[in-house]
Write a new protein. Structure first.
Length: 572
């Protein structure tokens, strides 16, 4: 057996074994398993005695996890999702990155580092981890909600911005390193070249690949070979990722994300996602192991001030700017707190940025070490922040001035754009009984169609302005507003409505909506959906009369399908 294969088997066996042990311990004591994975990585890293894993090989395996993860995100993240939140994701990502970068420059220069080192420190602290973001959003059930969509869109914009920086650095790095300065012409040319490369990547993958991929997948599916289908999905993920990196100087993550978006347009996207889940989760764990291996506690002891200041930028400045931007743009406090909590960490792009700067001799080892330590601590703490988000929002509600500030734009937007719709809801003359639908996703659309067929008048309440405007243009009753607010439900006619159908998947949001509806009317029938059976107590306590559980519905449908098959088989 070769040495290389031996190192690979060691990493997989010992790494997964320790990750399982420490992940289980972390879960049992009420922490996120991510903390256990990071601890396991630290134990097999170069800063601990005993077995030391091959750092380069581990990083390569971690890259596989990032590629599979971003490909999976692209499968279910269509361009329409990004366009829906572009009004908050683009300015938000730019302002947050700018504020973190400026704070990083100021902190570094105050502590004796150069302007260029401060620039790298600030840029590194501004970028969050895709792996961590998706994990905490998935664990909290926020990923399919408007809050999760905004957070993912925000991070996509940050990633694109970081990719531009990575493309620019080789062009301007030598001038920065020599201290000769950068001419305006050189900067314009470098930016133009970076934009052209990204545009070519976008055109090649999305436009050309979007036409060829459905045909290719159809041919593979017709072979009825599960192995070929899985191989096709993996080939697309890795070819787009590697092609983006080596041909267009983009990142593996961005290339895989675009490849996933192409496959996501086909009719086999759900099966492709199902094939990737086991591999994605396994290699995502290797990402956390690789981060843990980089942690050097000695640096934390030697440079505590720069570490503490950098952490404050990550867990205080970034979330504060996020909350301000999201609130000013008219989104709900729940969205503001969710995005702020999920982005309060440092991730994989920061390492790539720091490694590029270090290889170009633009930064010292200190800046690289600061980013590693901040990543380790912030990633470990991020699930804790996310878990306390509801408590933070509840505390903010008890501060009248703060709450008015957080909601003033949302309420003014609802007043200017929702008042017309609310007036129409109240004034529309109909003999049909009315039902209020919270959310107009796939479940909400099917519920509205069913109600209309049964002679009821559905009133949709949604936080997406485009959806509300489109429904009103179609002659349907719809309002913009937050269904957790009693005044919004009253404007929608909750006091006279027969029933209230909650289609939003977030259990906390569904419970708040049910409570608000029950306060409006003691007789209204409240229907709610939930992913898990153990959410029943919370929703019942909030006032829901009937709850449909997704896992129960799947089990029932599966049993019914098997029963039909067995009856048909018996009849034959």
């Amino acid at each position: 057996m070769s040495v290389h294969a031996y190192h690979l088997l060691e990493i997989l066996a010992i790494g997964f074994g320790l990750a399982l042990l420490f992940g289980y311990i972390a879960r049992r004591i009420g922490l996120s398993p991510i903390v256990g994975y990071l601890a396991a990585g630290f134990l097999i890293g170069p800063n601990m005695p005993g077995f030391v894993a091959d750092q380069d090989l581990t990083n390569n395996l971690a890259e596989v996890g990032i590629i599979l993860l971003m490909f999976g995100v692209g499968l279910h993240f269509h361009m329409d999702d990004l366009l829906k939140v572009k009004g908050v994701a683009i300015p938000g990502a730019i302002l947050q990155s700018l504020s973190a970068t400026l704070c990083g420059i100021a902190a570094a220069m105050a502590l004796g580092y150069s302007f260029v080192e401060g620039l790298f420190l600030g840029l590194g602290l501004s970028v969050a981890s895709t792996v961590v973001l998706l994990r905490v959003l998935t664990d909290s059930g926020k990923l399919p909600t408007i809050h999760g969509t905004v957070a993912v869109g925000w991070l996509v914009v940050e990633d694109i911005f970081t990719v531009l920086m990575l493309v620019l650095l080789p062009a301007v790095g030598p001038s920065l390193a020599s201290g000769a300065g950068i001419s305006l012409t050189m900067l314009i040319w470098a930016v133009a070249l970076a934009v052209i490369k990204l545009a070519m990547l976008w055109g090649l993958v999305i436009v050309i690949g979007g036409r060829c991929m459905p045909w290719m997948l159809k041919q593979v599916v017709q072979t009825r070979s599960q192995e070929l289908f899985t191989l096709t999905v993996l080939a697309v993920a890795f070819l787009t990722a590697v092609g983006a990196a080596y041909i267009f100087n983009a990142s593996f993550a961005l290339g895989a994300f675009l490849g996933g978006m192409v496959v996501g347009k086909s009719h086999v996207s759900h099966q492709a996602g199902a094939e990737l889940i086991p591999l994605r989760d396994a290699f995502a764990i290797l990402f956390f192991l690789s981060v843990g291996m980089l942690f050097d506690p000695q640096f934390l002891i030697e440079r505590p001030v720069v570490v503490i200041v950098s952490l404050l930028i990550v867990v205080l400045i970034k979330p504060l700017v996020t909350v301000i931007v999201v609130a000013v743009l008219g989104y709900s406090p729940t969205t503001a707190f969710t995005v702020a909590a999920s982005l309060a960490q440092v991730g994989e792009f920061s390492f790539i940025l720091a490694q590029t700067g270090y290889s170009l001799q633009l930064i010292s080892r200190d800046i690289f070490s600061v980013l590693i330590v901040c990543a380790m601590i912030s990633i470990a703490a991020n699930p804790f922040f996310m878990g306390r988000m509801t408590e933070a929002e509840a505390w903010a509600r008890k501060q009248p001035k703060l709450w008015r500030w957080l909601t003033f734009r949302m309420e003014s937007k609802a007043a200017s754009l929702g008042s017309v719709y609310a007036e129409r809801v109240r004034s529309e003359k109909t003999e049909r009984p009315r039902a209020i639908i919270a959310g107009y996703g796939p479940t909400g659309r099917r519920a509205a169609a069913l109600l209309e067929r049964r002679g009821m008048e559905p009133v949709v309440v949604d936080m997406n302005l485009k959806t509300v405007s489109l429904l009103n243009e179609q002659g349907k009753l719809a309002m913009y507003g937050d269904v957790s607010r009693e005044e919004v439900l009253k404007a929608a006619g909750a006091e006279q409505a027969d029933c209230f159908i909650i289609t939003i998947p977030d259990v906390a949001g569904a419970a708040a909506a049910a409570m608000a509806a029950r306060n409006c009317s003691a007789t209204i029938k409240i229907f709610a959906r939930s992913r898990f059976l153990n959410d029943e107590a919370l929703l019942k306590q909030a006032g829901a009369d009937s709850i449909l559980f997704e896992e129960d519905a799947v089990a029932h449908e599966l049993s019914h399908t098997i029963e039909l098959y067995l009856n048909d088989r018996k009849a034959k």
